[in-house]
Structures are given as structure tokens and as C-alpha cells.
Design a binder for this molecule. Sequence first.
Ligand code: NAD
Length: 319
Amino acid sequence: MQYRPLGNTGLNVSVLSYGASPLGSVFRGVAEPDGIRTVHTALDMGINFIDVSPYYGLTRAETVLGKALATVDRDRYFLATKVGRYGPEPKDFDFSATRVTHSVDESLARLGVDHVDIIQCHDIEFADLHQIIEETLPALRQVVTTGKARFVGITGLPLAVFHRVIDHAHVDTILSYCRYAINDTSLASALPYLLKNGVGVINASPLSMGLLSNREPPTWHPAPPEIRAACARAAALCRQRGTDIARLAIQFAVAEPRIATTLVGTASPENIANNIRWAAEPLDLELLADVQKILAPIHNHTWPSGRPENNGPLLTSLV
Ligand code: NAD
């Protein structure tokens, strides 16, 4: 496993890291022992960064992760969780100072730890960004002074929200998802700005939340039919060539050196072991070029997420 520095945090994180949302059974029903074994396999094979949220499985992922971590020394992993998102609907968000401060305590209790390394505002495109800057981030900085978290981050799908917040507030990390995978590499254009501002870059969902795999993506997957169809054609080509598109997708994501770490989600010990082995192998550039040709018509296509004013290109700055 290779490790890279995460912005200015001083954390040296594994290039492939573990996203714990599947422990909340968000992709399919997961047996707890399988989930726990997956966490242990990830750590035993060199992963040292884990991401979770109270939203995943409506607290179940944090609870199962807490059971897995109960037998692991705290200095073997860096842990990130989130605040502000507590369900799928816009009404389920609460970025108020009071709620997020309590939320950290609730997460620590479920996870069975006395601190997390990174506390992140979850999917800020659903929020009023003025509130994030003026209320939520200051509340989380206060949490840092208590020792319950070490660094503060923001997460989201539309890339413009990162600029709009970082232009006005200091954050240590961003977590972007589905924007640096074979079918969508838009995050690359934001990297110079993020690195200039000393922000650590966490890339999530290298399989585009299951689109780049041999399984059907979950029914809630927000991708429109043309993206699903193109990814399915790309997966079929990889099968014809005797390989798995998940392998190419993992290798593609970890090959970008400006991205500190890429979070992959699974609750299968076999999948995480394969993913870690694949991450250490060279990328098949010839196959990649053929897969990119299939995906060209939908390259960088995405879907709306959150408030309309937080989507779209970076035309206006937040004032
Ligand atoms: P992903 O791209 O990692 O894909 C996960 C899916 O791929 C699951 O269905 C899993 O079973 C499958 N998979 C994994 N390895 C496989 C393999 N070797 N072969 C076949 N299938 C395989 O998407 P993700 O889980 O959504 O993203 C990873 C993590 O990133 C999440 O668990 C979460 O921690 C984080 N994340 C955060 C946000 C946010 O903050 N807004 C959004 C998305 C993801």
C-alpha cells in the first residue's frame, strides 16, 4: 500500500481507503459479521483511513463500524465522520451549531472512540452556504478545541460548493464523490485551486457508487439511463477482455497523485482484498483507452444534487 499526505493535516493516508456506508446496508442487506471482517481485512492489508456518517443506514453504519473498531488499537487508523445530514430528504438536514455539536458526541458514542480525526459537513449543497461558513464551520472549530476532532472538512457532489466555501472559510479537507472515476473526471479541474489553498483531497466512489461494476447499481442510484447504459457497455468490454471493470476503476482513481486518498465502499472481505491488491498493480492503459472511448459520450455527465443555486458552473461567487 502507498501512502500520501492529506493536505496540510500531517496525516499520511493510504491511497486506497475504506468507505463504511455499505455497513449501513445502503447497497444491499449486509450481515454484521461480514461487515466487521471487511473492516479488519482493510486494516490488516494496509488501509489506514475510514470514512462514515450518521446518515449511512440511519446510524447503523457507525454502530457496526464501532463494533469492528472495538478490538483495534486506535493508533492503527484515521477516522472521519460527518454532521448535518440525517436522512434522504431536504428536511433531514440540520447544520445548526447546536445540532452538529450534539451530533459529534452521538457519533463518538456509536463509534466507541474519544475523537475522530476529521469531522465533515455532509453534502453541503443541501445547505445555505452562508450558514455553513458563519455557523457550522465555527461550531466544528469549537469541537476541535475540545479534542473530539482534529480537522474539519466539507463534502458534496457539485464541485462549485467547495470553491464557494473555501473562498470565505478555512477547511482542512474536502470529500468529493463520483467526480474522479473513469466516467467522470471533473474533480481534476478543481485540484489546482484546492491544492493552492492547502486543502487535502479525498475522492470517494471510484466505482461511481456501483456503476463501474458487474452488478446492477442499486435502485436509488441517481444516474440517468444513458450513464447507466454506457457504464454497463464498458463493464461488458472488460469482461470480454477477461478482467473486471472494478479493477480498472480502482487503478484509475489511485493513479492521480494529487488526490491523497480514494474511498471505496464494500461490506465484502473478498472485494476489499481484491481492491487493495488491484490498487498496487499498474493501470492497463490500452484497456483504459478503449473503455474511455465507450464512455466518451457521457464523460463528465452528472446529476443534480441539493439546492438549485448550489449546482451548475462556478459563475457566481458567494457574497
Ligand atoms: P463505490 O464507488 O466505492 O462503490 C460501492 C459499490 O461497489 C458497492 O455496491 C460495493 O459492493 C461495490 N464494490 C466495491 N468493491 C467491489 C469489487 N471489488 N467488485 C465488485 N463490486 C465492488 O461507492 P461508495 O461506497 O458510495 O463510496 C465509497 C465511500 O465514500 C462511501 O462508503 C462513503 O464512505 C464515501 N462517500 C461519501 C459521500 C459523501 O460524503 N457525500 C458520498 C459518496 C461516498
